[in-house]
Design a protein around this ligand. Structure first.
Ligand SMILES: *[C@@H]1O[C@H](CO)[C@@H](O)[C@H](O)[C@H]1NC(C)=O
Ligand SMILES: *[C@@H]1O[C@H](CO)[C@@H](O)[C@H](O)[C@H]1NC(C)=O
Ligand SMILES: *[C@@H]1O[C@H](CO)[C@@H](O)[C@H](O)[C@H]1NC(C)=O
Length: 539
């Protein structure tokens, strides 16, 4: 349900509403108190205001929770959200004096099924939660810790500081769960290196928008910042410099920071194209490209005809599959340039022997099949860019196809899902393509399931990703370019399909953006205006 135009309840109605939770917010309510983002699946708000006295307020485990004080993931989340709600205000304005009245004293958080406190989230994680705010104790219930994290974010967005500096919250009841399981942000750390600090900030902002997948396009033609323990020369030679690398410790920092926010990290190692940087530290891995006088001129895609290529990838992906806990590895597979392969006499010879003729798609298919076999032997699943599907390359039954090309993405989704494969939609959400004005509206109005298809086909669309490719992006502009534009995608992927009112979204997004700013995220403005004093950027 989305907030509808509010009717003004009379005094009597308001009194009645004190007894029972009303389903609509009252007209005079400051819009701020309902600036939830993304909008939950069911929201009931009563006009009854509860005061929160910062010194008396507690966020803690409920008595029957399956996750107790030993769950550091939740303890840390309690501390974090306490700070988001009060920390900044306390430091800068001091507590307002409590004038008496109804009070909320505690938020009790209970995990009802399995806590999964020490595990990593995955594609089937349960992120649902329910939140009941009532005098004097609010209850947040979730099946798993992942849902509790989402509910804490929602709770933090319900608390409102009035113009006298007092904290208030309305009695309310919310039940919520995501519409799509896969809600991702793609970052590109090859075109420009992104400091770990910037990646962690991105994870913070993702949690504020209930995103749950960091798609880490970690290497590409331009640089190889991933430091491999098995093949250290890859980053020694292939990174921009030795200070532009991600050490095993850096990667671990990112993974753990993400886990604490219920975010999966899916690494992408794009091959056989987009792989120039691999060649610097791993001799013989790339295909030599020949000029017309049969001399080696440069190097092209991964060389698919050598056994050493697959020995290399066997060891490499074995490392990757143990470093990255997620069940999925993104294998890329986009934009393979066949020109180099066709210039190389050894490749042509190999193709002849294999009976491929001059069909380079069959060669690519041969390569990808070998890589799929490696990934399968490591008990991982693959994600590929749509070309791999479009080219008719044989996929594994569990391969997920990421649709990114152009305007015909509904047709592509139809093709992929009617062939029985799961799909992720990225095409309408290339946030690196910037333009003047409020392009978030365009992202917001995309309806991923707006194609003619069966229920089964639509269920195979597991989500989407907002992609920020890095040609023109580094640490100086990543955050403002992503936020709040990606927030539009966040709501589309989390909220019910009926949440489409742009005016309502605009008024909530303006406040949500200010909230992000107050939490240290340099999100750019939605339009003209200002953030109220309490939303000034953390120094
Ligand atoms: C905890 O469990 C006990 C016993 O089943 C029950 O009486 C009590 O109401 C529960 N408390 C909460 C907050 O759910
Ligand atoms: C996801 O994680 C849970 C808890 O760790 C586990 O029980 C489940 O099998 C996992 N699901 C998949 C698809 O890996
Ligand atoms: C490469 O491996 C294949 C299959 O195991 C084998 O038939 C072939 O002889 C090997 N080629 C070389 C050059 O070792």
């Amino acid at each position: 349900m989305r907030p509808s135009p509010h009717r003004a309840p009379g005094l009597l109605l308001a009194l009645l509403a004190l007894l029972a939770l009303a389903t609509q917010a009252p007209a005079k309510a400051p819009a701020k108190s309902l600036a939830l983002w993304p909008w939950p699946s069911s929201v009931k708000v009563s006009p009854k205001l509860l005061n929160i006295v910062v010194e008396n307020f507690l966020i803690d485990h409920g008595p029957n929770s399956t996750a107790g004080p030993s769950c550091s993931l939740l303890q840390e989340a309690f501390r974090r959200y306490y700070n988001y709600i009060f920390g900044f205000h306390k430091r800068y304005h001091g507590p307002a004096e409590f004038q008496g009245g109804a009070q909320l004293q505690q938020l009790q958080v209970s995990i009802t099924l399995k806590s999964e406190c020490d595990s990593f989230p995955n594609v089937s994680s349960d992120e649902s939660y329910s939140l009941l705010v009532k005098e004097p104790v609010a209850f947040l219930k979730a099946n798993s810790v992942w849902g509790a994290l989402r509910g804490l974010e929602t709770f933090s967005q319900l608390v409102y500081q009035d113009s006298y500096g007092a904290f208030t919250i309305k009695e309310s009841s919310i039940t919520d769960s995501p519409r799509f399981a896969h809600r991702g942000i793609l970052i590109d750390t090859s075109r420009h290196y992104l400091p770990v600090k910037t990646i962690l900030k991105t994870l913070d902002a993702m949690a504020f928008n209930k995103f749950n997948v960091l798609h880490w396009h970690i290497v590409d033609d331009q640089s190889f910042p991933y430091q491999s323990t098995a093949f250290p020369e890859l980053s020694n030679k292939g990174s921009y410099s030795l200070s532009h690398i991600y050490t095993p410790r850096d990667v671990h920092t990112v993974l753990e920071y993400a886990r604490f926010r219920g975010i999966r990290v899916i690494p992408e190692f794009d091959t056989p194209g987009h792989a120039a940087s691999w060649g610097k530290g791993q001799k013989g891995l790339l295909t030599p490209c020949y000029n017309p006088s049969q001399q080696i001129e440069k190097f092209g895609p991964i060389n698919p005809i050598l056994n050493t290529t697959y020995t290399f990838f066997n060891t490499f992906f074995k490392e990757i599959s143990s470093v990255f806990p997620d069940q999925f590895i993104h294998l890329g597979g986009d934009e393979v340039d066949f020109e180099c392969w066709s210039s190389n006499p050894n490749i042509l010879n190999f193709m002849k022997k294999k009976g491929f003729g001059r069909n380079f798609i069959r060669l690519e298919s041969f390569y990808i099949k070998n890589i799929f076999n490696i990934i399968t032997s490591l008990k991982k699943h693959s994600i590929v860019w749509q070309e791999v599907f479009d080219d008719g390359i044989e996929l594994q039954p569990d391969t997920v196809v990421e649709v990114w090309k152009g305007e015909n993405y509904f047709e592509d989704l139809k093709q992929v899902t009617s062939s029985g494969f799961a799909a992720i939609l990225a095409a309408p959400w290339y946030l690196d393509a910037i333009s003047y004005g409020q392009d978030w509206r365009r992202y917001y109005m995309v309806e991923p399931l707006n194609f003619v298809g069966s229920k089964k086909e639509k269920q195979l669309v597991i989500g989407g990703e907002a992609c920020l490719w890095g040609e023109y992006v580094d640490a100086t502009n990543l955050i403002p370019r992503l936020w709040p534009r990606a927030s539009a995608v966040g709501e589309r992927l989390w909220s019910p399909a009926t949440v489409t009112n742009l005016d309502d979204a605009y008024s909530r997004l303006v406040i949500h953006r200010c909230r992000m700013v107050s939490r240290g995220i340099a999100a750019q403005p939605v339009f003209t205006g200002h953030c109220s004093h309490e939303y000034e950027m953390k120094k």
